[in-house]
Design a protein around this ligand. Structure first.
Ligand SMILES: *[C@@H]1O[C@H](CO)[C@@H](O)[C@H](O)[C@H]1NC(C)=O
Ligand SMILES: *[C@@H]1O[C@H](CO)[C@@H](O)[C@H](O)[C@H]1NC(C)=O
Ligand SMILES: *[C@@H]1O[C@H](CO)[C@@H](O)[C@H](O)[C@H]1NC(C)=O
Length: 167
């Protein structure tokens, strides 16, 4: 039999296994980084960076050089990204990647349905299924809470998601 402390430790591990997810990619912050520059350089969407790192404040002004960020979770890591340039529209971006705006908005829940809040420098996931590959999307734990980048069709309750925009 395990002693009681070991049992407690195992229980904690099990709880973490349910709630915590495995980072597919890490990034170490360097001086001068802002969320959107990290997103653009590392191919991680604005939404995913904020979603995976809830500790970053909504204005993204609390990054510390040397701190490690998780860039995406295994199974829901979108690595196909597009940096929005001036005057781009959701329709235009979607067309560029042979997808429709419905899919584009599903992969980027911070963008309004009318796409009026798109901004220059924002980084969008442009993988049709919201992740790098369909097979990993199928295994994605989309119902496991706020930590997962949902690739499903719920599309609601995004109001409390932090963003790294409006810098
Ligand atoms: C990311 O960093 C964590 C914590 O330092 C580490 O445990 C993990 O192995 C790293 N993952 C990758 C993919 O580098
Ligand atoms: C980001 O994606 C571009 C285009 O696919 C690629 O050339 C570049 O190496 C990627 N960068 C990283 C850090 O993955
Ligand atoms: C968008 O594309 C997906 C995948 O091709 C398709 O299932 C869906 O019906 C399309 N939605 C609209 C509104 O065209």
């Amino acid at each position: 039999m395990f002693s009681r402390p070991v049992v407690l430790a195992l229980a904690l591990l099990a709880a973490n296994a349910v709630s915590a997810q495995t980072c597919a990619r890490n990034y170490t912050v360097v001086a001068g980084d802002i969320c959107d520059s990290i997103s653009a350089a590392q191919n991680v969407s604005t939404y995913q960076l904020a979603d995976v790192n809830p500790g970053i404040d909504p204005r993204c002004d609390d990054l510390t050089p040397g701190e490690t960020l998780c860039l995406g979770y295994v199974g829901s890591d979108c690595t196909t990204t597009h940096v929005v340039s001036a005057d781009e529209t959701c329709e235009g971006v979607a067309a560029t990647y042979s997808m429709n705006t419905t899919l584009l908005l599903q992969g980027n829940p911070q963008v309004n349905a009318d796409c009026q809040n798109l901004y220059t420098g924002e980084v969008l996931c442009v993988a049709p299924d919201g992740t790098a590959s369909a097979s990993s999307a199928a295994a994605s734990p989309t119902a496991s809470g706020t930590g997962a980048l949902s690739t499903g069709d719920d599309g609601d309750d995004d109001d409390d998601i932090p963003f790294c925009d409006e810098l």
